[in-house]
Write a protein that binds this ligand. Structure first.
Ligand SMILES: Cc1cc2nc3c(=O)[nH]c(=O)nc-3n(C[C@H](O)[C@H](O)[C@H](O)COP(=O)(O)O)c2cc1C
Length: 202
C-alpha cells in the first residue's frame, strides 16, 4: 500500500519532516512511502532574489510534483504545510482545491489521513493550522489520524508536535534543526498512518 506524503515547503523544513515521515512508513511491512510536493505559487523572480528561498527550492527540486495518479494510488495520506498566518499555505490548499473530480468519485472515502506543520514561532499557530487543515480532509471523506500520548515525546517536546500531528518549530530565521522529539514524532506518525491504512484496507 502506498502512503502519499504530499507537502509544500518554502525553506525546506516541511520537506525534511516529509522525509522523516517517509522513514516511519518504510518501517511498516507492506507499506511504501511516496513523497511528493505541490507547485510553487511564489514568482521565480522573488525566489531568485532571496538566497534562503533559493536554497529551500534547490534542496527539493528532485522531489516530483504530485499527480492525480499519486492521489488515486495511495491508501493513506499525510499533508504537510508551513503555517501562514495561523493557517495552511496557499500552495497546499490550492492543490487540495483541485481534487474535485476525485472527491466526487469518492476516491478518498474511508482512507486515513493526517497533517504535519511547521511554524516560525512557538505559539504561532501549529495547532490552528493542523486543526483547520483537517476540515477539507473530512469533507473528502478521509479518516483523521493524529498522534496519541503513548508517544512520550508529546510530553517532552519543547519544539513542535501535538496530538493533532507532527510539528516543527523552525525559528524566525527558519534555521532551527528538527530536534530529536520532533523527529521521533514524525517517524511515529508515518508508522501509525501506514499501520492504520493497512488495517482499513483489509
Ligand atoms: C506569509 C507568511 C506567514 C507566516 N505566518 C506564520 C504564522 O502565522 N505563525 C508562525 O509561527 N510562523 C509563520 N510563518 C513562518 C513559517 O511558518 C515558517 O517560515 C515555516 O514554518 C518554515 O517552513 P518551510 O521551511 O517548510 O517553509 C509565516 C511565514 C510567511 C512567509
Amino acid at each position: 500500500m502506498k502512503v502519499l506524503i504530499v507537502y509544500y515547503s518554502t525553506y525546506g523544513n516541511v520537506y525534511r519532516m516529509a522525509e522523516l515521515i517517509a522513514e516511519g512508513v518504510s518501517h511498516v511491512s507492506g507499506a511504501e512511502p511516496v513523497v511528493r510536493r505541490v507547485p510553487e505559487l511564489i514568482p521565480d523572480a522573488t525566489i531568485e532574489a532571496r538566497p534562503d528561498m533559493k536554497a529551500g527550492r534547490d534542496m527539493q527540486k528532485h522531489v516530483p510534483l504530485v499527480t492525480v495518479e499519486d492521489f488515486k494510488e495511495a491508501g493513506a495520506f499525510a499533508f504537510g504545510t508551513p503555517t501562514r498566518f495561523g493557517n495552511c499555505s496557499a500552495q497546499l490548499k490550492n492543490r487540495i482545491d483541485q481534487l474535485t473530480s476525485l472527491w466526487l468519485n469518492g476516491e478518498f472515502e474511508g482512507k486515513p489521513a493526517g497533517v504535519f506543520v511547521s511554524t516560525g514561532s512557538m505559539h504561532g499557530g501549529q495547532e490552528t493550522t493542523a486543526l483547520t487543515l483537517m476540515a477539507p480532509l473530512l469533507h473528502l471523506g478521509m479518516v483523521i489520524v493524529g498522534l496519541p500520548y503513548s508517544n512520550q515525546e508529546l510530553f517532552t517536546t519543547t519544539g513542535g508536535g501535538s496530538p493533532y500531528g507532527p510539528g516543527h518549530l523552525a525559528g524566525g530565521d527558519n534555521k532551527r534543526d528538527i530536534d530529536e522529539n520532533e523527529a521521533a514524532l514524525c517517524r511515529a506518525f508515518g508508522k501509525r498512518l501506514a499501520e492504520i491504512g493497512l488495517k482499513l484496507k483489509k
